[in-house]
Design a protein around this ligand. Structure first.
Ligand code: PLP
Length: 382
């Protein structure tokens, strides 16, 4: 995708809204703007649209009726999943397990709520390819564990974890299992019953839907035991109050419909783009190392270490022509290496030499060739 002259290779940060999604949403900011919780016919029309959207999101992940609630995104869904399980706990279990490569919104929420409510957090290590260390996981599981949270698809290196197996192991010791699946819809099929997860988080803007909406799946059997996350008028089965954004819900559901219909084609397209990028790096004799597992990963995600190069400076040198991502959190005083790459055993220097390129439905071969030429030119300046 070109934005002006800029080549956009940052689809895992966010995707543009698909034209069909924009079209489906338009009517809800115009004549169908009514509050979906209002007791008049315009309100009923909006409520009907929300419930159709809810059913579509449920169907996308194989959930039963009334098993998802709309949230503002995956950050909120993840915060709700962790905090509500801790608040509801009436057992002596006092541990949360998360993987060492979770998104910051799982990590920070887990530590915050655990600290406030008297729980411990332990991080499950990963191997050098980013896959969870199964032996370590098994040894950390015991009857003290209340909740396990492991992401389906990593946002920096694209590794796909065996969620069904991980959830079954958690259940074997009586723990609940939550999965952050924000990056999953473009990479893998999702079926919450097959995966055996108790809770699962989604985000619309990672799948060509609008920003500001996501969803939390909560298994029916668990729902009644959980307290509300946002208190108010009792919307969404009493679990998450607030007026529902009809247009965003419809846009999200439409985006998932499109993702499902185009999954096979889209994944093959992304894989071809990724392959072309890797080959192009080699053809241009660029000194690089691939971070993370080489196969069975998100087809559109590529994390590259540019050997002995400051990635933040390289990204800056590529502006305004190529948009990619460092995966590092920048502070005014220093650049912090990605916790994901460090957890895989990369050194600080290797981690801060790494950039993530993520491809999408609107990426094509000429864009990749041009981006590679620009990278090669800019690297020559270092
Ligand atoms: C794996 C993962 N989880 C959670 C989030 C947060 O999603 P949202 O922007 O919808 O809050 C992101 C987005 O960066 C992500 O990649």
């Amino acid at each position: 995708m070109l934005v002006g002259n800029a080549i956009y290779l940052d689809y895992q940060a966010t995707t543009p809204i698909a034209p069909q999604v924009r079209e489906a949403m338009a009517v809800y900011s115009e004549e169908l703007f009514a509050n979906p919780h209002s007791a008049h016919f315009l309100g009923h029309q909006a409520a009907e649209a929300v419930e159709v959207a809810r059913a579509k999101v449920e169907s996308f992940i194989g959930a039963s009726a009334e098993e998802i609630i709309f949230t503002s995104g995956a950050t909120e869904a993840n915060n709700q999943a962790i905090s509500s399980v801790l608040f509801a706990n009436t057992t002596k279990r006092n541990k949360i397990l998360i993987s060492a490569i979770e998104h910051k919104c799982i990590k920070n929420a887990a530590y915050f709520f655990a600290h406030k409510l008297g729980y411990q957090v332990a991080e499950i290590p990963v191997a050098s390819d980013g896959m969870l260390d199964m032996q370590a996981y098994q040894s950390m599981l015991n009857d003290q564990v209340l909740l396990v949270s492991i992401m389906a698809v990593n946002n920096e290196i694209g590794v796909i974890q065996p969620i069904q197996q991980l959830a079954e192991s958690a259940h074997d010791v009586g723990a609940l299992f939550h999965c952050d699946a924000a990056q999953a819809p473009e990479a893998i099929d999702l079926d919450v019953k097959e995966l055996k997860v108790d809770m699962l988080s989604l985000s619309a803007h990672k799948v060509y839907g609008p920003k500001g909406i996501g969803a939390l799946y909560i298994n029916n059997a668990l729902q009644a035991a959980l307290p509300p996350f946002i208190h108010g008028g009792g919307q969404q089965f009493g679990l998450r109050s607030g007026t529902l954004p009809t247009g965003l819900a419809v846009g999200f559901a439409t985006a998932l419909d499109i993702a499902r219909e185009g999954a096979t084609h889209n994944r093959a397209w992304l894989a071809a783009m990724k392959q072309h990028f890797i080959e192009g790096l080699t053809q241009r004799s660029i000194d690089f190392t691939l971070n993370g597992k080489a196969d069975n990963t998100h087809p559109g995600c590529l994390n590259i270490e540019f050997v002995n190069t400051d990635a933040t400076a390289l990204l800056a040198a590529m502006q305004p022509e190529v948009c990619a991502s460092t995966g590092s959190a920048c502070n005014s005083a220093f650049t912090q290496a990605s916790h994901v790459l460090l957890a895989m055993g990369l050194t600080e220097a290797q981690a801060t030499s790494s950039l993530r390129f993520s491809f999408g439905r609107y990426t094509d071969l000429p864009q990749i060739d041009r981006a590679l030429d620009i990278i090669q030119q800019r690297l020559a300046r270092f």
